[in-house]
Design a protein around this ligand. Sequence first.
Ligand SMILES: Nc1ncnc2c1ncn2[C@@H]1O[C@H](COP(=O)(O)OP(=O)(O)OP(=O)(O)O)[C@@H](O)[C@H]1O
Ligand SMILES: [Mg+2]
Length: 245
Amino acid sequence: MGRIISIASGKGGTGKTTTTANLAIALGDKGQKVCAIDADLTMANLSLVMGIEDANITIHDVLAGEADIKDAVYSTSYENVTLIPASVDWEHVLKADPRKLPEVIKSLKNEFDFILIDCPAGLQMDAMNAMLSGEEVVLVTNPEISCITDTMKVGIILRKAGLAVLGFVFNRYGRSKNDIPPEAAEEVMEIPLLAVIPEDPAVRKATLEGIPVVKHRPNSPAAKAFVKLADEIIRIAGFKARVMY
Ligand SMILES: Nc1ncnc2c1ncn2[C@@H]1O[C@H](COP(=O)(O)OP(=O)(O)OP(=O)(O)O)[C@@H](O)[C@H]1O
Ligand SMILES: [Mg+2]
């Protein structure tokens, strides 16, 4: 049975979309059948990061009741990885009903080993609908105290809502000498540290090319850290699955 994991954060710009794309590809490389979903309905950019531009049917059409979710699943050039893109035009946004997201996404549960949901930041309705579509959550934070506390807040709310909080990804570490160390963040967050992803210029270069860093620069520090994250997710997801369900 597939695992549905929301990729979420408190503040925007922490690296949720980057994590979704790279984790999806790293899991696919390990033989897992993956579907990455762009659930950031107003600021969609997962397709761009994953290099898919000409999708006809999107999650918005499904949420507007005009298409079946299975027709919005696109294969990618990455082994075992499919993608459900989102539209970027406002007309599509207006027609889509975000409240349908959980039901639509959960209908895919048996089709994949992992469904990764790229969520909007924060706790507004759009973000809540996306995050609550998952059964587990991976939080993404940066090494700054306000970012950590905002992400904690999201984690607490999602746990109360019944999601299994797998832990957090500590992204963009090493950008500043004032960065909170990973161990201190783990102590504050009181959830497992899943991976430390260093600040790495290769990530942005990869994004510009539309090829996530795990494929664009597989030997870069960030790429290696994303592959380690995939190992950890496989290990923890299996463990949690046995404990929880
Ligand atoms: N480890 C990293 N090193 C360097 N740059 C990074 C790293 N992770 C992410 N970035 C860059 O940070 C920016 C924000 O990343 P991303 O779009 O993944 O964040 P997000 O959480 O999805 O943002 P939003 O909340 O707006 O959806 C991007 O330009 C991305 O290339
Ligand atoms: Mg994003």
